[in-house]
Write a new protein. Structure first.
Length: 138
């Protein structure tokens, strides 16, 4: 069995962002040489996310509207966590959108359904954060 590990780094210019990282994950699979196995894609920061969905700008705007209703940024004084900080909403948004994605690798390719893509979701950006890519298989 082969094992592969890589880190992807992101530094978004905005507080919120959705970045399609599918091409980077496909490149990691090629580098790993794994033909049959699994890939774990894991956000290594508690205010960012990895999730699978459609790459459609309207949907991404809907995510922002929906998440802001569930966990609004303002007023920052409304959160116990925000003593000296202002990112409690980002922690909650990450909890909703998820920490990681696990995808099968079949014949050396991501085994995704129609329209599925892997995304890095940022909810408290403007600083460097990383995503772990761990691949195991044969």
């Amino acid at each position: 069995m082969k094992s592969y590990r890589n880190e992807l780094w992101f530094d978004t210019k905005t507080r919120h962002a959705y970045i399609n990282i599918t091409p980077e994950i496909e490149n990691c699979i090629r580098e790993s040489g794994v033909k049959e196995g699994m890939v774990l894609v894991n956000a290594m920061h508690i205010t960012s996310s990895v999730f699978i969905n459609d790459d459609e700008p309207g949907l991404h705007g809907d995510f922002d509207k929906w998440l802001e209703k569930l966990a609004p940024h303002e007023p920052v004084s409304g959160y116990l966590h925000n003593v000296g900080e202002d990112n409690a909403d980002a922690h909650l948004k990450r909890q909703i959108m998820g920490r990681e994605a696990v995808v099968a690798i079949t014949d050396g390719k991501l085994d995704l359904g129609p329209w599925e893509q892997i995304f890095y979701g940022e909810f408290d950006g403007r600083r460097k954060k990383r995503v772990l890519v761990k691949i195991i298989g044969d």
